[in-house]
Design a protein around this ligand. Structure first.
Ligand SMILES: Nc1nc2c(ncn2[C@@H]2O[C@H](COP(=O)(O)OP(=O)(O)OP(=O)(O)O)[C@@H](O)[C@H]2O)c(=O)[nH]1
Ligand SMILES: [Mg+2]
Length: 235
């Protein structure tokens, strides 16, 4: 037996014993809270090349992508959310990681399917997004926001087809059923089981910003996607 030559102060020791280890969800939510604006790009080729894991939020216009990012990061106006569809018009990147060290990036993409957008612009945007989802090398996960009152739209189905090969090769994929507060309990259960059949092997979670539903579960998933080598859970 060796003598302890590096004694721990008794107060520190008792504090450590008294404090329960942080829960995994607390670590994940603390990590998301570090989010800060990184950059914005009107088109794909303006995006900086990055080598940290990137997680993209996609979905139809007004589905709640920006609101979900604000809720997960516990920041009111990090991403621009609005009642007016088409609010997010650029690709916006947010850095994550403690003490200024970026260890992942969240991407808020403009929504698709907004009726008032001219057809040519719609087609152009679909191509930009498909291109991003297929070619972005550091993309580690896609979060598809879907309002369960509308289900998957035609453009959501196109997106699923576009990403299918990457998901089959291991790209993380999550369908977030948004605005769950608009559904009854039984409607939520039904929407969840229908989407599990449609999500092509991806995860599915219910989410509500005003009811703060699903936040911990989604935060944990994103943390795990960004830190695959560490453990399966942060605590
Ligand atoms: N009831 C309810 N409303 C929500 C929820 N999430 C978002 N909303 C509302 O839905 C509207 C659109 O939200 P945004 O977050 O701007 O949607 P977006 O997907 O970013 O839209 P674009 O930027 O146009 O693609 C806003 O009025 C939000 O307040 C939710 O969980 N519950
Ligand atoms: Mg938005």
């Amino acid at each position: 037996m060796t003598n302890n030559t590096n004694p721990v102060a008794p107060q520190a020791l008792s504090a450590a014993i008294a404090a329960p280890s942080k829960s995994a969800a607390t670590v994940a939510s603390g990590w998301l809270h570090t989010a800060r604006f990184l950059t914005t790009a009107p088109q794909l080729h303006f995006l900086p090349k990055l080598d940290v894991p990137e997680i993209a939020f996609v979905g139809r216009s007004n589905a709640g992508k920006s609101t979900c990012i604000n809720t997960l990061t516990q920041q009111k106006q990090l991403a621009f959310a609005s009642k007016k569809p088409g609010r997010t018009q650029h690709i916006n990147l947010f850095s994550l990681g403690k003490q200024g060290v970026t260890d992942a990036v969240l991407t808020d993409l403009p929504g698709y399917g907004y009726a008032a957008v001219p057809k040519q612009d719609k087609i152009r945007w679909q191509q930009v997004m498909a291109n991003y989802l297929v070619t972005r090398e550091n993309l580690k996960g896609i979060v598809l926001m879907c309002d369960p009152r509308h289900g998957l739209t035609e453009l959501d189905e196109v997106l699923l087809e576009v990403i299918r090969p990457r998901v089959e090769q291991g790209l993380n994929f999550l369908v977030v059923l948004t605005k769950a507060d608009k559904l009854t309990r039984s409607e939520q259960t039904k929407a969840l089981s229908i989407m599990k059949l449609q999500a092509g092997g991806g995860e599915v979670r219910l989410f509500s910003a005003p009811k703060r539903q699903g936040i911990d579960e989604i935060a944990l998933l994103l943390w795990q996607w960004a830190h695959p080598a560490v453990t399966s859970s942060p605590a």
